[in-house]
Design a protein around this ligand. Sequence first.
Ligand SMILES: Cc1ncc(COP(=O)(O)O)c(C=O)c1O
Length: 394
Amino acid sequence: MVTRRLRDLEYAIRDVAAVANELKKTGQKIYHLNIGDPVIYDFKTPEYISQASADATFAGQNYYVDSLGVRELREAICKYENNKNDIDLKPDDVLITSGVTEGIFFVMAGLLDNNNEFLIPGPSYPVYINYSKFFDGIPVEYELDESDNWEPNIDDLRKKITNKTKAILICSPNNPTGIVYSRNKIKQIIDLAGEYDLPILSDEIYDQITYEKEYVCPSSLSNDVPIIGMNGFSKAHLATGWRMGYIYYHDKLNKLAELKEGIEKLARARLCANSVAQFAAIEAIRNPGPHTDEMVKKLRERRDYSYKRIKQIEGLTCNNADGTFYLFPKIDFKEFTQWNNDKEFVLDLLKKTGICTVYGSGFGNYGKDHFRITFLPDLDTLEIVYNSLEEFLK
Ligand SMILES: Cc1ncc(COP(=O)(O)O)c(C=O)c1O
């Protein structure tokens, strides 16, 4: 007795966690390398941001705010985006959302119905697949090419554009592969979108968590092709639980006016995003502090260690991460014949060692034969995990 919309929802990242929780009840120690939440490890929300949130609530700013978001925050975001990515935004081009997650929901609600198609990268962050289907659309994955360091395969993308395609999604730095799309590939995607008159949706949640490779913001390369950017405070400002994000419209020719108006109606229908978190977010964006750089420095060390250990394991291959906090190793099932697929592998690993990762097929068709593992835990924990993984695979 439930709708198709809800019956079809799947979210591997949390589904694996449910199995882990059952195991925990039996006394098994669980190593959570499945969820991309820095705040459950040794990264803490900076005190001055927490203080701003406490100040806001004690100052009585606990009321419904503007459905589009507190104006001061939208102004601060414009300034930030203008400085960082050289794009010219006005406060009305910005909408505050309950995390990027709500932003994806809003945009897909505005673009999809009736089996229309959304081009998303494959492997894909599962929310893109879920929400596309939720709105009676079809998520169509374009290939990220593992043999080309997971760069988007532009020929494949072109082949998959049909007269039902509504938009192309870019997720760079990418979850789950950890890759940062190169400038050249982003330019090619923008050109292709221009050729077919399609908007681009750009998920920029990991834009500040990058290592050696240069991060390029798609909006900084686009003149006429409209881009809806999405970003937030979860990762860079260590505030995952606050559910604080935004979408912005980089749309010089005003091609998205109708979509924007529709999304604003939807935003009004849900009243507003969390008011207290918005007042704290003003502080975070105006006064960024050293916490993001400090986190990236620690993560680089943890990535290097994890990558080195994975490379040493026979039967696993892996591209190194340019950004995010994920690695996405490939499992050679000719070497490991005791498991039939990535899901069996991940569940057996969890049951026997307590190491909780996510099976690659949870990230769509291109994810199969892989697993996603975070490198958020400290080095001591990672050492225990990789010793145990190595032993398990022997
Ligand atoms: C690619 C990507 N987009 C969006 C999100 C969710 O962001 P938010 O916390 O702002 O909803 C995540 C979280 O892991 C993510 O990996």
